[in-house]
Design a protein around this ligand. Sequence first.
Ligand SMILES: NC(=O)C1=CN([C@@H]2O[C@H](COP(=O)(O)OP(=O)(O)OC[C@H]3O[C@@H](n4cnc5c(N)ncnc54)[C@H](OP(=O)(O)O)[C@@H]3O)[C@@H](O)[C@H]2O)C=CC1
Ligand SMILES: O=C1OC[C@@H](O)[C@H](O)[C@H]1O
Length: 380
Amino acid sequence: MSTKEPFALKWGILSCGNISTTFTKDLLLDRGASQPTDIQHIVTAAATSNSLSRAQTFLTTVKAPSSAIAYGSYAELIADKDVEIIYIGTPHSHHYQHARACLEAGKHVLCEKAFTVNAEQTKELVKIARAKGLFLMEAVWTRWIPLVREVVGLVRSGKIGDVWRVIADLSFQAPMRELGNGNRLFNMDLAGGAMLDIGIYSITWVFLILYHALPVEERRKPVVASSITRFETGSDEACSIIMNFLPKGTHGVAMSHLRVSDNPDNKHTAGPAVRIQGTEGEIQVYGPSFRPERYNIIPVEDNKTGLEFADVTQEVQGRGMYWQADEAARCIRDGKQESEDMSWEESIVIMEVMDEVRRQGDMVYPDNIESLEYPISELF
Ligand SMILES: NC(=O)C1=CN([C@@H]2O[C@H](COP(=O)(O)OP(=O)(O)OC[C@H]3O[C@@H](n4cnc5c(N)ncnc54)[C@H](OP(=O)(O)O)[C@@H]3O)[C@@H](O)[C@H]2O)C=CC1
Ligand SMILES: O=C1OC[C@@H](O)[C@H](O)[C@H]1O
């Protein structure tokens, strides 16, 4: 048995909304026998944008240790000398400003998806992180879910032969009237829309399989053909993207929709959310594609490799956002500024794909949130 002390990482939580609550509960979750022993997450502080009492309530809700400090402004959290890494759970519109403020202050950053509003903003953050020797990662948590890693590993080992196409969907019926046009899902000022919010997971599946199948020197932005349908606020309520990964010519289809669901009866009668199609068989992943718990392997008839049908289920404890936090901690412990599983280069290429889709759909967000200007006071 190892007697080595775990590497402890002190987290600050920037914003106390929905996903910050879920993420912080996950950070503090007792994972029982699967608790990692080489790292430890410590919740040191949390801040809301404007209310000390909401930050205090947040720390109580997530059952943070009594030593955790509540702040009523982001500036105070960012200035806290004890905080080593900051998790950013604000709307897409604000990621660039908030991540940049954290990096400028010398903090490592784990920032919610979509990383920024556009690729230029991501490139700027990467430039700052690189120059300052800091860790920076887009929080696409799905990448570290063990079932997802297992599926990706099977594909990369050639289990289903040569993979030529991936079809991925993440769609749900958003209660539009109930939420209202100001909600971050539809609000252009908050960089709302199906693609940046959920389409990014479908794109992630396509990239995990097809982008990574290319030799490193051949990896570049795929050819993109796309179509979006706009909601009354101007944000995309439906987004379908076909990506052609040259030079091989594999196809990835990434869909997202806010009016229809990929799993209408909640029983998966409609079938899988992700289909990975190879010459020897197909892997089908049951949604939600951001947090899957089941996959099937379906061999082609008379396949030559002896591939057999499989039906695999793996339950996720809590929400399952702690694995990405573990990755951040291990990278920082090991002196890495970026994760190989969500590299800066891949975040940038995915942002470039989404920029291209918006260009094709003539969808531009307000100037202040597309901008590289910093700081913009109303975004704090
Ligand atoms: N990984 C995942 O599974 C999920 C990720 N997300 C991502 O998390 C981010 C936030 O989503 P979610 O938590 O659902 O959103 P919420 O609206 O619940 O929370 C966003 C928080 O951002 C802060 N904020 C700062 N400025 C503004 C502003 N102008 N308008 C609204 N909020 C502001 C507020 O924090 P404060 O408390 O400081 O005032 C608010 O609580 C998005 O990037 C989204 O894509 C969302 C859901 C799931
Ligand atoms: O990341 C997300 O995953 C779950 C969705 O419900 C949410 O809108 C999105 O932000």
